[in-house]
Design a protein around this ligand. Sequence first.
Ligand SMILES: [Zn+2]
Length: 215
Amino acid sequence: MADAADSSDNPPENMDVPGQGLTREEAFRRILDGHWRYLQNERQSIQTTQEDRQRHAQGQYPFAAILGCADSRVSPEVIFDQGQGDLFVVRVAGNVAGDYEQASLEYAVQNLGVKLIIVMGHEHCGAVKAALGQQEVPGAIGKLLQEIFPAVAKARTQNGDLLDNAVRCNVCHTVDTLLANSACFREAISDGNLRLIGLVYDLKSGDLDFQRTEG
Ligand SMILES: [Zn+2]
């Protein structure tokens, strides 16, 4: 993959392209502002015009990448009040970081110039709950649950609600896995070009519980 500096996938100069060119701090602020609008029931990113589609047809210029759970209640575009083209979203049950998820996020950083990655777990995650069951599960679901087992093992050493702790541990484990397996992310963070955040979304309140911030 070409790095961002070599990429010809830059927005045309005459186009207003939200998000591109933001620092990691500015990208994070944009996420927080959108989440605040969501909490206040003042979402702006609801309509898509024909002009928007024309713009999207010329390329994608997201300002943040999200690794979230496939759960139907945790759509990042809704929770962070962002529109089509704003977020590069990777969703998989239990927000685990296998090879394909890591590769997708590396593409966002290297080729799209994204400077913010958010790993978003959530309260009462069914995948994490299944991993707590401990029984052997065959097939593809069993493989996915194995990715969550290290977080479950750590959570069992902690006081408090086991599922809540496992959800938090799973987010931190995913952040650790991405850092351990991707030189791309480590270098971008140390160069000041990437922030990697791990958080848990509360289904009832809509609040964000920040677990990790790297960069
Ligand atoms: Zn989930």
